[in-house]
Design a protein around this ligand. Structure first.
Ligand code: NAP
Length: 309
């Protein structure tokens, strides 16, 4: 019989409402018992203003899914882990790379699951792309991840503040796919960060990496794009080209488009979290965040036109 996990959400904003609540409702392995959000309430469960109130009032809770911006992720995760709860982190898993290792150690000490989720890895084309690429020699990779920030982040000031990642907030989704599907590790060699003159974080970035065998991996991230998103990854190999489009929903290999089934990113995340809890395991891969940190370390900054929403 499937174990029923009593779960709560902390930070009820755009992604909690668009994806987490429907994914939990659609999985009979979970019951949503409560939410913690300073300004929002969710019908059909108990509501608290802070995660501390939630944890103090819900001793029977098994797990917490953290959906607030990354700048508050560590404090919320630490509180939930200390209370003995399994924890799922929205992407990015934190505001710094190092804080995640402290959370991993705490989860081990407490004997609970920590899942640093990367929703784009559950796009239906990603796993078949990874399997196909596993025995090929990659000769070059081109990533184009472009969208309109006004459409996808309306009124979200935190993305422009330190820790909010700017255009790397969506760009890290592309990096989460590339780090998953390429058979070789890769590292950043140079980056250009285009930063609005009135803000802290880049609105666009051009990155150059190389893989362990010297193949170039290039990425263009841009938030000043028109109404049709471009979320594409092209991997050239010795035996044909892999093309992932629409964020990983559409997979073409050597010119043939494969039937990869329906979109299932967040149902996939919650199925994986359930499996990790059941097996007593954790899944924490910081490599996409590490690449962003490297871009912030190595990237040259060019000031561009001020951004006003
Ligand atoms: P959002 O709409 O701004 O919602 C996050 C919610 O967290 C806010 O509504 C707010 O609720 C709470 N919050 C904000 N600042 C807080 C603070 N300082 N302390 C405590 N709670 C705070 O943002 P979002 O788009 O849902 O993004 C949240 C996370 O999901 C980000 O890491 C993002 O990268 C990820 N994500 C977003 C999308 C997307 O399409 N937007 C897609 C995938 C993943 P209260 O005011 O009620 O506390």
């Amino acid at each position: 019989m499937t174990r029923n996990i009593k779960v709560a959400i902390a930070g009820v904003g755009k992604i909690a409402r668009d994806q987490h609540l429907p994914a939990i409702a659609g999985n009979n392995g979970y019951t949503l018992v409560a939410c913690a959000s300073r300004n929002a309430q969710v019908d059909g469960c108990r509501n608290y203003r802070t995660i501390e109130e939630l944890l103090a009032s819900e001793p029977e809770l098994d797990a917490v899914s953290l959906c607030a911006p990354p700048q508050v992720r560590f404090a919320q995760a630490q509180a939930a882990l200390k209370a003995g709860k399994h924890v799922m982190l929205e992407k990015p898993p934190g505001a710094s790379v190092t804080e995640i290792s402290l959370l991993s150690a705490l989860a081990r000490e407490q004997g609970v699951t920590l899942f640093a989720s990367w929703h784009s890895r559950h796009a239906p084309g990603v796993e078949p792309a990874r399997v196909w690429l596993s025995d090929k020699t990659v000769t070059s990779v081109q990533v184009r991840w472009k969208e309109d920030v006004r459409r996808w982040h309306p009124g979200q000031h935190w993305i422009w503040e330190p820790g909010g990642l700017g255009v790397f907030d969506p760009g890290i989704n592309a990096l989460s796919i590339v780090t998953r599907i390429l058979p070789q590790a890769f590292f950043l060699t140079s980056a250009e960060l285009l930063v609005p003159s009135n803000l802290q974080n880049p609105i666009a970035a051009n990155l150059v990496f190389q893989d362990a065998k010297g193949a170039p991996v290039r990425a263009e991230f841009d938030w000043r794009h028109g109404p049709v998103e471009q979320w594409e990854i092209e991997v050239e190999t010795d035996r044909g080209t892999v093309h992932l489009a629409q964020g990983g929903k559409v997979l073409t290999i050597a010119g043939a488009t494969l039937d990869v089934g329906p979109e299932r990113e967040y149902p996939g995340l919650y199925a994986h979290f359930h499996d990790l809890i059941t097996r007593g395991a954790s899944d924490v891969d910081v490599s996409p965040l590490q690449h962003v940190a490297d871009a912030m370390l190595l990237g040259g900054r060019t000031l561009v036109e001020a951004f006003v929403e």
